[in-house]
Design a protein around this ligand. Structure first.
Ligand SMILES: Nc1ncnc2c1ncn2[C@@H]1O[C@H](COP(=O)(O)OP(=O)(O)O)[C@@H](O)[C@H]1O
Ligand SMILES: [Mg+2]
Length: 231
């Protein structure tokens, strides 16, 4: 991913997604998200939030329309370019996808080893992230033994470990108390302030209500802009 190819990180033009056999998850969604933006994507359960994030990281493909990330048509990305894009995008999945038989530290480190970072850098980064998310004492705990709120934070730590230029987070606070929610939002805000584009799918209004970031809402698979962002 070349860093200054476009000013736009995400461009979706008339994107529709229909799941087999006939579930219309997204209908003619067009949205443009600039580099360095932080955007909240809201909508009731089933509105299409997760589907939209999955299209952006190529976990699902659009039935119709154009999806571009950093100027690249995501459908056409293959081989080396696809691998590069995957390294540049961090994803915190709604269903976590942790390696449940590995420790917390290993789950985060594995994500970093893909980028060939040195072991001492990985160890330091893991410790820093665990501290920021109040998980220091879980360093050696097997991920499958954690509470859902803890797993959610490990998922986020893994997604941000490589300092991605694009971060996609799906319901990052669903299982968290208010103290952990603040920590998670601080981490996301800091990453955004250091230049990353951050897209947060959420139905937790407490995390966007009082802010000034752009707010998008999916209703019946269609996109509506509820609030303009001030950056
Ligand atoms: N793999 C799938 N197969 C069939 N239908 C799906 C699949 N994933 C999601 N859906 C459906 O697509 C719609 C949008 O789902 P989703 O994107 O998960 O919404 P949200 O994240 O806003 O809750 C829902 O009706 C859901 O049931
Ligand atoms: Mg979802």
């Amino acid at each position: 991913m070349t860093e200054y190819k476009t000013e736009t990180m995400i461009e979706m033009i008339k994107v529709s997604k229909t799941y087999h056999p006939n579930v219309r998850a997204l209908t003619d969604v067009s949205v443009s998200i600039g580099k360095g933006e932080m955007v909240f994507l809201t909508g009731v359960s089933g509105a299409g939030k997760t589907t939209l994030l999955k299209l952006l990281c190529k976990m699902e493909s659009a039935t119709k329309g154009l999806v571009e990330v950093d100027g690249y048509d995501i459908r056409k990305l293959r081989g080396k370019n696809l691998a590069k894009m995957r390294q540049a995008i961090g994803v915190a999945y709604q269903d976590f996808k942790l390696l449940t038989d590995h420790t917390v530290a290993e789950n985060i480190a594995i994500a970093m080893e893909v980028s060939y970072r040195k072991q001492h850098i990985i160890r330091k980064r893991v410790r820093t992230l665990l501290e920021e998310l109040d998980l220091t004492d879980k360093h050696n705990t097997v991920a499958g033994e954690l509470s859902r709120g803890e797993q959610q934070r490990v998922t986020l730590a893994r997604a941000v470990a490589n300092s991605p230029v694009l971060l996609l987070v799906d319901e990052p606070t669903g299982n968290l108390d208010s103290n952990s929610t603040v920590r998670v939002m601080n981490l996301l805000t800091n990453l955004n302030q250091s230049g990353a584009t951050v897209v947060i799918a959420t139905h937790d209004h407490t995390i966007y209500r009082d802010g000034n970031k752009r707010l998008l809402e999916l209703r019946n698979g269609q996109m509506h802009q509820v609030r303009n962002g001030v950056s």
